[in-house]
Design a protein around this ligand. Structure first.
Ligand SMILES: NC(=O)C1=CN([C@@H]2O[C@H](COP(=O)(O)OP(=O)(O)OC[C@H]3O[C@@H](n4cnc5c(N)ncnc54)[C@H](OP(=O)(O)O)[C@@H]3O)[C@@H](O)[C@H]2O)C=CC1
Ligand SMILES: Nc1nc(=O)c2c([nH]1)NC[C@@H]1CN(c3ccc(C(=O)N[C@@H](CCC(=O)O)C(=O)O)cc3)C=[N+]21
Length: 374
């Protein structure tokens, strides 16, 4: 289990009662009737469902406060309206409550709890913060987490050995290697080594390939795109038949987001760094997902009135008035977009919390699969 003497491990113990703010029953969830009316509905990814927990992957929110009053995209949207702001924190909270009760049910039934191993290389402040947030989130739902920290100058073998040791550890059901890695380490080699059954980040080429191919089902879908689609569905926004534009094409967000939107029968265009006149393409979008890392890239005049905007971008901006010295901004100029869009996710408080909720969900799924627990 040790990788040289450089590795530090931190084990967060299982807490019996997760201190979540809201505890709600999920038994009242129903299918999203509009989406299921369509004859192609059965072709939408059904296994595994978007959110684990054996729910259908297209479904309506179970309480009215999640149902946004969204004017139909590009339809009768008036310029005087402002967009509904999609509350990712609240939706993620509800999902985490459900995961917590599933983890308890698993422990009560078979005496096992899901385990997540995180590998963190180097000392990037942002990565340390993200990992800490993931560990806290695990603790809150009863998932046991382990962090391996490796120094910036660790060798590829040390990193691969850490992953391999978690592959072999039956108490670890999910493995996440925090990105970005230092330049001398090849992220592709990790996914070659990482066990497919433990790839809770959904980065394994077989998982991405299966996401791309008709008639195939990935074991895991990348957390951020999965969170984006979950936000749309939970907000009552139909995807099928819509024109969707994704800005960004990374393996971690943009590419799987466009594949997932296609699975939901959107017509998808991808905008990237070499796209000429991107605003001509984005202005066609009914649904826009942006994952670039450039604050204010998307201005109000890039948007069609009534568009639904999902802003993945997470950009720290220096701000002396904030306690930590910076604030977070998305890729979208929120003040302008909110006057044009019908619904929009904020940063912070939109996609970010959903990414973490989906990681917990994937880890629970992995543990259920490992123990044949249904
Ligand atoms: N909220 C969350 O949960 C998460 C947020 N993020 C955030 O999302 C953002 C993107 O992350 P990630 O995908 O990892 O980033 P990458 O740097 O890996 O990818 C950025 C993508 O943006 C494209 N791009 C760069 N410049 C432009 C431009 N001027 N116009 C259009 N496209 C452009 C690139 O195009 P090309 O392919 O041509 O190079 C690339 O596909 C970051 O801000 C990150 O912090 C990321 C993960 C999770
Ligand atoms: N292997 C791997 N998997 C990832 O999923 C992964 C990664 N590496 N590297 C970095 C990116 C980034 N990412 C975020 C997760 C949560 C928030 C998040 O919770 N954001 C909060 C704000 C958090 C804060 O205040 O700092 C919010 O938007 O409300 C943001 C970004 C996952 N990533």
């Amino acid at each position: 289990m040790m990788v040289g003497s450089l590795m530090r491990r931190m084990v967060v113990p299982w807490r019996k009662k997760a201190p979540l703010r809201h505890r709600i029953s999920f038994t009242t969830m129903t299918h999203h009737s509009n989406a299921f009316n369509h004859s192609h509905a059965s072709q939408i990814l059904m296994s595994p469902p978007l959110v684990s927990l054996d729910l259908p992957d297209v479904w309506a929110p179970n309480s009215s406060h999640f149902q946004l009053q969204v004017p139909s995209p590009a339809g009768n949207f008036s310029n005087e309206q402002t967009a509904a702001v999609i509350n990712g924190l609240m939706i993620a909270d509800e999902i985490r409550s459900r995961i917590a009760s599933e983890v308890r049910r698993m422990q009560d039934s078979i005496g096992e709890v899901p385990g997540l191993a995180v590998v963190l290389v180097g000392e990037r402040r942002d990565s340390q913060t993200y990992v800490r947030n993931k560990i806290i989130a695990c603790e809150e739902v009863g998932i046991v987490s382990t962090v391996t920290e490796l120094p910036d100058d660790c060798t590829e073998d040390e990193l691969l050995n850490a992953v391999a040791s978690f592959n072999a550890d039956p108490s670890v059901h999910g493995i996440l290697v925090q990105l970005p890695l230092p330049q001398h380490l090849d992220v592709g080699k990790i996914s070659d080594v990482l066990s497919l059954e433990k790839d809770v980040d959904g980065f394994h080429p077989v998982n991405i390939g299966n996401l791309a191919m008709r008639g195939r089902e990935p074991l895991f879908i990348s957390c951020t795109p999965k969170g984006c689609i979950e936000l749309l569905i939970r907000s009552g926004i139909e995807i099928m038949g819509k024109k969707a534009v994704v800005i960004g094409n990374s393996n971690i967000v943009g590419l799987p987001a466009s594949l997932l939107l296609q699975r939901h029968h959107a017509t998808v265009s991808v905008v990237h760094a070499f796209t000429k006149n991107p605003e001509h393409i984005t202005r066609e979008a009914d649904i826009l997902i942006t994952a670039v890392g450039m604050p204010n890239l998307v201005r109000g005049n890039w948007l069609k009135p009534g568009v639904v905007v999902v802003d993945v971008g997470t950009n720290p901006i220096e701000d002396a008035s904030c306690e930590c010295g910076y604030r977070l901004m998305g890729d979208v100029c929120f003040e302008e977009a909110v006057k044009v869009a019908s619904a929009i996710t904020p940063v912070p408080g939109g996609v970010g919390p959903m990414t973490i909720a989906m990681l917990l969900s994937n880890t629970l799924d992995a543990a259920k699969q490992a123990h044949s627990f249904t």
